[in-house]
Design a protein around this ligand. Sequence first.
Ligand SMILES: [Cu+2]
Length: 640
Amino acid sequence: MTTTETPAHPLAMLEGAEIEEAARIARETGRLPDAARFAYIGLEEPEKDALAAFPDGAAIARRVRLVIVPGPEASVIEAVVDVSAGTVDSWVERPETRPALLFEEAMYAIIACKEHPDWQAAMRRRGITDWDKVQTDPWPAGNFGVDHEDNRRITRVLFYYRENPTDNGYARPIEGVLAFVDLGRREVLEVVDYGVVPIPPERGGYLPEDVGPMRTDLTPLEITQPDGASFTVDGNLVEWQKWSMRVTMDPYEGLVLHTIGYDDGGRVRPILHRASVSEMVVPYGEPGPMHNWKNAFDAGEWGLGRMANSLKLGCDCLGLIHYFDVDFATEQGVPFTLEHAICMHEEDYGILWKHADLHGGTTEVRRSRRLVVSSISTVGNYEYGFYWYFYLDGTIQLEVKLTGIMSTMAVEPGEPGEHPPHTSMVAPQLAAPYHQHLFNVRLDVDVDGALNTVYEINADPAAPGPDNPLANSIEVTATALETEQQAKRTVDPSRSRSWKVVNPDVRNGLGQPVAYKLVPGSTPTLLADPDSSVGRRAGFATRNLWVTPYRSDERRAAGDHPNQHAGGDGLPAWTDADRSIADTDIVVWHTFGVTHIPRPEDWPVMPVEYAGFHFVPFGFFDRNPALDVPPTGGHCSAEA
Ligand SMILES: [Cu+2]
């Protein structure tokens, strides 16, 4: 029996009633104790052939994936249920596997710490007696072979001092105190005290009342579109200019875009079947015992969707906005709606193209405009904004905006200009360790069809000689990446390195195979040793490019369950098989990000720093596809 009304499309967002039904089906198996919690309830997306066949007249099967935490041990159940048929399709118990941290358990960990005599003694050694003034941050514990990790789901907990409830706790780390808590059993395993360091003196406030007089000379800047937006929305289907796509949000990956295509003369040409941030890691580079274990996998250990904000007009997004609400599940399996989880709007983006013809006397200018689909996640101290941009010339861009508050450490008073190694001083007696933010985007490419090949493009000086008498010649080489091992690559800006996703079976008007090019930004790879704990666990971050043959169960770059994982899962494991990736249905995985060497200007709250990449047509069209963008005013064209 089904209690849900089937949505209109297989890729429609999961609805509250479907979430409720999925939890009910799981519970009615009789195989779950009452205390079982749901770490994940998300849409099990249809297989590609089923999607391609839609609409085929048959009812849409709506399936839901669940990750269930049955008890306090380190084990999960992965289940897939069919909410349209009311059946359990798969039910797999995975011992020695940890889900992402559960919010409810993190809350109990905080209470357990404050009730523990060792913790209270450590606070008293620092003159702290009011436990309400202690901010308690549970962190993913990583995998370092310490006894507390054995068959437990644990957290390592850090502490900060807040004189007032709205203070910036990260300004005043309670350095030296670290607690290990068994999350499942709500039990403090150990409180470590590495020694007292004075609490830094400054409050690090950034609220208006902390800052003092605000600027008074910013005049209003309003975006108006008197005739409305240029996009249309039908359910989660978005159409804007020649673009079309579907928008969803996954609890772990956050914003996900599906079936991105471009209408070329009445024919929708596919480009990306699915695009998402598959994982990210923030490894810290300070070797002391308070900070050397900090390696947050914010997608897999917390969840970019689970941490997504409800966005506010005029603050997060400006202009004529369409918001998507998203239905998620609580850990008890109860649906709730995160309103305004995804923001969509159009932005003017300067000039699109221009030429002043000095001979003919004409000047043609066109304005660039982009469709912005975005969401923002707050993961502990940091904010990450994920902005997908679609441009009038066929370009796609992902820009990640990093902001929020840096993770800090208190240090002993020192001489002016001094700083502990591997950190920057950001305020008196307050340092911020060097660290990285490395994101992995999974691009299920579909350039004019499923069968694609990736080529690496490098530009080099040609050797001087009879064919190059003035030694000015530029040589561009395109090398097909034919197996997974060949496709483990890093950036090389000095050679203008990029990666072209080619459909060898479709030619443009010039007879060239059509392609899109992944243009990386200036991006690092992982600086930690590949054999270190984080090096093994975040193997995906040791390369900027990976290519795999498509498999629906290869979804997340560090594997499905990175929390406390020993490492090796995800891309390194899959690509060990060295499968063929030539002229087949492939997935391109791109790791990008920033190495954050903190500045004083990043304190107390960080102005946005940017990371990302572009995906641009390269022979996908026969010419500039944006010639038909009309001039916006009589003075922008000789003809107007
Ligand atoms: Cu940072």
